[in-house]
Write a protein that binds this ligand. Structure first.
Ligand code: HEM
Length: 404
């Protein structure tokens, strides 16, 4: 399917034939768009970004995520520039890697993200959330649950894991904004520098002063006595920096957005803390933040649609989570949902390596918020701003603390 792409950022007329996931209209209404498409055009297409497909049924999304024969991960962020010729390693292993290299790159990281490695981070995460809540309560009653709270938490945790200064958080968020929210806009503001310069700098510091953190671990890693290739180390560090921040920030923000609007769910979480395990999974299902992409590596048909080599394919895991064929009462938030095999962390070989860490951060962030601010509401529903692009969550979330 070919055609002339409309100018970048121009308004979308029909989401079935001309969608654009980087627009503010998508950011505001993504859930309705997926539900509508699933009914009338389950595999949508757009000529934008050089040709992109958008499946919205769980079945199709799962089939593509499991099919590493016809789809490659060398491109996972849809952008006008197509990264071709990089398989099987890609620029950020393991997320951009294909078999057989993928398994090698993934296995290196497994120990760093195991439940045993994550558990010791809970105490400092909780202490940090509590200190942020001191500031939130002091600044109240009008605060921004995203800007004053959610956005700071994952940055701090990742900085601690990697062994980089916690004060670099704003720079991380600058890199993320450029790479994930505004693909194609490459020139950074002068003072921010590029992610590549930043990585060179922190790796150099670690070489000069070896430390017991994730960067130190990757620098020390040996395969038959040989260190990992420098591009592999750079790419993996960049990935950990990017993959763990706005994803978790979005999940925390969306959960607080939900709780601001549902006093019954707030009350139940406070009165029945044992519900938290189920609630965390339901927050992840209902407000799944991450849509990944693939590129077609050999011709294939999905849902009756012929896909050509190098076409982009978005994998909206959040849309899979709302498919009534896959979940009972898919469009209802059920805080104590017991059967919940959601796809928020992906499906297939690339399933999220940081899921233990993300779950811990989400649980602790909500617990500490509710412990200090059990009652709150949206200050102005129209002022809530959701991010566009492939990671979706509230970036501005003004709330009013009630009582207190
Ligand atoms: C709520 C928070 C998070 C969500 C929803 C999420 C979601 C995802 C998804 C959907 C994938 C699959 C990508 C694909 O199929 O192409 C993925 C992969 C990955 N995530 Fe997460 N993620 C979260 C937090 C984190 C954190 C905190 C980290 C740690 C730094 C992390 C590290 C990774 C890595 C390394 C991969 C690549 C795994 C592979 O390719 O084998 N994520 N994540």
């Amino acid at each position: 399917m070919t055609g002339t792409a409309p100018p970048e950022g121009s308004p979308v007329e029909d989401w079935a034939t001309d969608f654009d996931h980087t627009t503010s209209a998508w950011a505001a209404d993504a859930t309705d768009i997926w539900d509508d498409l699933r009914e009338r055009c389950p595999v949508a297409h757009s000529d934008r970004f050089g040709g992109t497909w958008l499946p919205t049924r769980h079945e199709d999304i799962s089939a593509i995520a499991h099919d590493t024969e016809h789809f490659t991960s060398q491109g996972v962020i849809v952008a006008p520039f197509k990264p071709v010729g990089l398989a099987p390693v890609g620029y950020a292993p393991p997320i951009t890697s294909d078999p057989p290299f993928h398994e090698f790159a993934r296995r290196i990281l497994l120990p760093a993200f195991s439940p045993k490695a994550v558990a010791p981070l809970e105490e400092s995460t909780r202490a940090f959330c509590a200190s942020l809540m001191d500031q939130v309560v002091a600044a109240g009653p009008l605060v921004d649950a995203s800007v004053d709270y959610a956005e700071h938490i994952p940055v701090r945790v990742i900085a601690q894991m990697l062994g980089v200064p916690e004060s670099d958080g704003d720079r991380f968020r600058g890199f993320i904004h450029r790479i994930l929210e505004k693909p194609g806009q490459v020139a950074p503001p002068e003072d921010e520098g590029t992610l590549i310069n930043y990585l060179e700098h922190i790796i150099e510091e670690h070489r000069e002063d070896p430390r017991d953190d994730l960067i130190g671990y990757l620098l020390d890693y040996r395969v038959d006595g040989e260190p990992l290739a420098p591009e592999h180390i750079d790419g993996t560090i960049a990935l950990t920096l990017l993959a763990g921040i706005d994803t978790t920030w979005s999940a925390i923000g969306a959960s607080l957005w939900h709780l601001a609007r549902h006093p019954d769910d707030r009350r139940r979480l406070i009165e029945e803390p044992e519900l938290m395990t189920f609630a965390v999974e339901e927050f992840l299902r209902f407000y799944a933040p991450v849509t990944m992409a693939r590129m077609v590596s050999s011709e294939v048909e999905i849902g009756g649609c012929p896909m050509a080599v190098d076409d982009w394919v978005l994998l909206p895991f959040p849309a899979a989570n709302r498919d009534p064929e896959a979940f009972e009462a898919a469009d209802e938030f059920v805080i104590d949902r017991e059967r919940n095999r959601h796809a928020a962390f992906g499906l297939g070989i690339h399933r999220c390596l940081g899921s233990n860490l993300a779950r811990m951060e989400l649980r602790v962030a909500i617990e500490e918020w509710l412990a200090r601010v059990p009652d709150f509401e949206l200050a102005d529903p129209d002022a809530v701003r959701w991010s566009s692009g492939q990671v979706r969550g509230p970036r501005e979330l003004p709330v009013r603390i009630v009582g207190g």
